[in-house]
Design a protein around this ligand. Structure first.
Ligand SMILES: [Zn+2]
Length: 215
């Protein structure tokens, strides 16, 4: 198989599955791995390699038999994968998380994680990336943060996602990465509340597939 893996950043919740990624241990695989430098200057290759060193993990990255090609991304510079264009933007000054916009045949999907929930105004980079996208996949971590902390004047991340989607004319909004402590019923109620204000929003779930040509 050939695959292109785009990493937003390397917080553990983003990379701890990588050492268990089966195709990376298949010699017939060709994996292209993309990521920007971390704030300390470490490349994506360096961070994924260090994660798998002892005592963190028993098998170093070098035991992955797939052909791994690492690509260092300069945020703001687009990359091309065949006919697919991938635009990139830095979405958070403290995490240096990368946002991706994947475009093909007039359709566009945007993946935005670790945006700054404390921002008073929408990040211009995110507005640029999301403009007119068919699908915005937006980080909903602490989806209900505002409910738990009534003293907080910060909007909940989902509110920011809805605001961005409305402002930029996004056709469909998916919120991912909810608090794992929340049960399905709770999330279903939350989803109802979000959809009351923005019917084209939904919570992402495992196994979900979205056809951009039939939204
Ligand atoms: Zn993160």
């Amino acid at each position: 198989m050939a695959a292109h893996l785009c990493f937003t950043h390397t917080h553990w919740d983003r990379i701890q599955g990588f050492p268990f990624f089966g195709p990376a241990f298949d010699a017939s695989s060709r994996l292209h791995i993309y990521g920007a430098a971390a704030l300390n200057g470490a490349s994506i290759k360096q961070r994924l390699t260090e994660q798998m060193l002892r005592p963190n993990f028993f098998q170093p990255l070098q035991t992955m038999t797939a052909a791994l090609t690492f690509h260092n991304i300069q945020p703001g510079s687009p990359i091309s994968v065949g006919e697919v264009r991938v635009d990139t933007m830095c979405l958070h000054v403290h995490t240096s998380a990368l946002g991706y916009r994947v475009s093909w045949q007039g359709k566009a999907m945007v993946y935005a994680s670790d945006t700054d929930p404390t921002a008073e105004t929408p990040d211009p980079n995110l507005l640029f990336l999301a403009a007119g996208a068919d699908l915005l996949i937006f980080d909903g971590t602490y989806l209900d943060m505002a409910y738990h902390d009534p003293e907080s004047h910060h909007q909940a991340p989902w509110e920011m996602g809805v605001a961005i989607a409305k402002t930029t004319g996004v056709k469909r909004l998916l919120l991912f990465h909810p608090n794992p402590c929340h049960e399905d019923r709770y999330l279903a109620n939350l989803e109802d509340g979000i959809q009351a204000g923005f019917p084209r929003a939904a919570l992402a779930h495992e196994g979900m597939a979205v056809d951009l040509f039939h939204l």
